[in-house]
Structure formats: structure tokens, C-alpha cells
Design a protein around this ligand. Structure first.
Ligand SMILES: C[S@@+](CC[C@H](N)C(=O)[O-])C[C@H]1O[C@@H](n2cnc3c(N)ncnc32)[C@H](O)[C@@H]1O
Length: 272
């Protein structure tokens, strides 16, 4: 069942005002199909009847915003950033933190958790010395549903087939019915928090490595600038920022500089 132009405009405005997400004018079909799934899930007759309720139901309004997010992710997405971390960045950072023996990772749009779990597996595999360090991993996202799934750490065969080396599957997952569950030892290292990047960040400590991948593409220039401004205060002066392959700081902020490693790159505070 299709939505009217004014319903589409209302949802576009809501996604933009709440989450900073820009839905272009040609996205009516996408919005409709996402609202259809949500209407089914929340026992509403149609997307229109659901939209009619959001002014009176804050949780439903939040669910509409969450339904407008794209949660696509895979284990070891893009591969090369993880190689760069393993071969260059982590050895350098571990050297630089010999005194404090502390490292802080933040996954700022963690979706269903494949990104933080990839990092945890990489650390367990290649940097066992960190087991005696104070290492923290904070994973945040705007969506309650993806955080719940990430916390659960349970993935389908299709999901583990995407990017996860077979040897890691047998080493770090247990079979649970038709699904695979991440080991408790890895899950216990992750702390989750809901966080809307488009608002003032509360409770986000300083970090040495920040993953802000494949989320900035959904925001307009002002939102990106506000996010980078907050990030300036959050990322350590000698820390590292990872964006998605289609994302850049170019023409957005001069506070971070691109550092190339082979065919891939990350960003560092400009003064570092
Ligand atoms: C495409 S996924 C990227 C996941 C992962 N970082 C990766 O690169 O594979 C984008 C994620 O950003 C989240 N997101 C969208 N808008 C957000 C906002 N305003 N604040 C926080 N997270 C947001 C979505 O819920 C979604 O899980």
C-alpha cells in the first residue's frame, strides 16, 4: 500500500531532524517498503496508519527513524583497513602506549556487530600481549534493534559466510542450531550504548581508534561538520580514524589529515 506525498515528506523530515539522515526525493519506494515491514512488525494495518500514530507514540516514532537507517555490514569489511591495522597501526600504537598499557576502541556506528567482533578477533589472533593491558571496546549505534543483535552476537550461515575466514569461525564461534554465536570471551569485551551521532555525544570517552565507517554518507554537510567537531575532542591527538571507502574529510573539515597506507587510508588529527 503506497504512502502519500505528504506522508513521505513527513518521514523524510523526521529522519533528517532526528538522525541527520538525508532521504532524497527519489527514495519514496524505499521508504514505503521499509514502512511496510515496520507496519507488519508493529501490527499496524498499513504504513499510513502507522504514520498516523507517531505523533502520539514516541517509541513508534523512534522505530520509524531506525527503519530509515541502512544496516548493511560484513565481517572484516573491505579487508584492507584491517590489514593496515594489523601491520602498521597497532604495532605503532602499542609501542606508543607502553607506559600506560591502555588502548580504547570506539565503533561509532556498529550496526549488528560484525565490525567490532572483527577487530576483537584480529587482536586475539595477532596481539595476544594485549590480554594483560587495559583495552576497552565501546560499540554504539542509533538503532536499538541492531544493538540488541550485536549484543547477542548470533549470526546466520549467510552472515558468517560474508568476510569471516573459516578458521575464525571454528575458533571464535559456537554452533547454535542453524546459527553461529560469538564466544563469550569476545562478547564480554564489548560494551554497547545507544548513541545518535547527530546529537551532542554523552558518555563517550576519549579513544585511540575510532571506526566511523559507512555512516557519514547518509548525512548532509552540516551534520558531517558537527560530527567531526565532536570527534576532534574525542579522538586522541595521536589516534586514528577510519571512514568508509566512499567517505572523506575533504571539503568537510581540515581538522583531520588523510594518511595513505598502500591502496587504503585512514585519518589522523591534523596537528599530530
Ligand atoms: C551501513 S551501517 C555501517 C556499519 C559498519 N560501521 C560498517 O561499516 O560495516 C550504518 C549504521 O549507521 C547507523 N546510523 C545511522 N544514522 C545514525 C546516527 N545518526 N547515529 C548513530 N548511528 C547511526 C545505522 O543504524 C547503521 O547501523
Amino acid at each position: 500500500m503506497s504512502i502519500t506525498q505528504s506522508e513521505f515528506d513527513l518521514v523524510r523530515k523526521l529522519a533528517f531532524d532526528e538522525a541527520g539522515i538525508v532521504l532524497e526525493h527519489d527514495k519514496q519506494y524505499l521508504v514505503e517498503s521499509r514502512l511496510q515491514s515496520l507496519a507488519k512488525q508493529t501490527s499496524h494495518e498499513s504504513p499510513s496508519s502507522l504514520i498516523g500514530q507517531i505523533a502520539r507514540d514516541i517509541r513508534l516514532k523512534q522505530k520509524v527513524v531506525e527503519a530509515m537507517t541502512t544496516n548493511e555490514t560484513t565481517f572484516f569489511r573491505d579487508h584492507e583497513p584491517f590489514e593496515m591495522l594489523k601491520n602498521e597501526i597497532l604495532p605503532a600504537l602499542i609501542q606508543a602506549r607502553q607506559e600506560t598499557r591502555q588502548l580504547r576502541f570506539w565503533y561509532a556506528a556498529c550496526s549488528t556487530g560484525q565490525e567490532p567482533y572483527s577487530m576483537l578477533m584480529l587482536l586475539a589472533e595477532h596481539f595476544p600481549q594485549l590480554a594483560s593491558w587495559n583495552v576497552t571496546h565501546l560499540a554504539t549505534d542509533i538503532s536499538k534493534d541492531v544493538i540488541a543483535k550485536a549484543k547477542e552476537g548470533e549470526y546466520s550461515q549467510f552472515e558468517v559466510n560474508r568476510g569471516l575466514p573459516a578458521v575464525y569461525l571454528t575458533k571464535y564461534f559456537q554452533k547454535k542450531g542453524l546459527h553461529w554465536k560469538v564466544s563469550d570471551a569476545l562478547r564480554e569485551q564489548l560494551r554497547f550504548q545507544e548513541l545518535n551521532l547527530n546529537r551532542t555525544w554523552v558518555g563517550i570517552p576519549k579513544a585511540d581508534i575510532v571506526f566511523l565507517r559507512n555512516v557519514m554518507i547518509y548525512f548532509d554537510l552540516d551534520a558531517k561538520r558537527r560530527i567531526f567537531q565532536q570527534l576532534e575532542r574525542t579522538l586522541e591527538p595521536d589516534g586514528y580514524l577510519f571512514l568508509g571507502t566512499a567517505e572523506t574529510t575533504l571539503n568537510v573539515t581540515a581538522s583531520f589529515q588523510r594518511v595513505a597506507f598502500g591502496r587504503t587510508a585512514c585519518y589522523r588529527p591534523a596537528a599530530a
